[in-house]
Design a protein around this ligand. Sequence first.
Ligand code: SAM
Length: 242
Amino acid sequence: THFGFTDVPESEKAGRVQGVFTSVASKYDVMNDAMSFGVHRIWKDAMMDWLAPRPGQQLLDVAGGTGDISFKFLKRAGHGHSTVLDITESMLVEGRQRAEAGAMGDSLDWVVGDAMALPFADNTFDVYTISFGIRNVTRPQEALNEAYRVLKPGGRLMVLEFSQIPNEMMQKVYDLYSFNVIPKMGKAIANDADSYQYLVESIRKFPDQDTFLSMVRAAGFENTKYRNLTMGVACLHSGWKI
Ligand code: SAM
């Protein structure tokens, strides 16, 4: 198999990732629905069910992109505040426009920054989320360490990410779909096959559920657990800073 795109040197990964998301930003929400047949919405709702947002909570939504997680969180919490951080400014610009259209602007801040070096003090947030973001970070362990640092004691981490399907036959079916269909859809809808080729490769390379769970623990989190979504196509990891 040719994994050319993701076999770039570590020093180049961040630049490539930013290139991908800058080029897809304006089509990101449409493509998300198309490629997952809308299932990403169900996964994000499952994340909210487990997270159970409460009124007044301060969320940090890292790799927050166009704001999906923050919007859902604030809606469920009733009132609260979310800081959406992303390394790609054009994704945040899309999100901000959505927030203004939905009159949610006051409860949100938009910050350009890197998950591996968060521009916030220790013990700042009640909840840290990262949804379909950590796979794109050059050194995911550093992002988890930073999550631990900026959460208050008693704070909660939740990660939503593509994962590995434990059933081998289902994994093969899924690989066929993703390696063949997704780049073609990317070409048809966004005229950008390369970005979606990157997406598929980065999914396949990401650590499996148990490996990632041990990384969450290594960052210092306790009561760590995961839940598979859609047979392991995606997965939620949860941990607490005690
Ligand atoms: N969270 C949103 C969602 O679930 O729809 C957006 C996810 S999008 C697939 C991945 C996002 O990760 C992109 O907006 C990208 O710019 C961002 N990203 C990649 N590397 C990052 C980093 N090191 N720090 C912060 N954000 C990063």
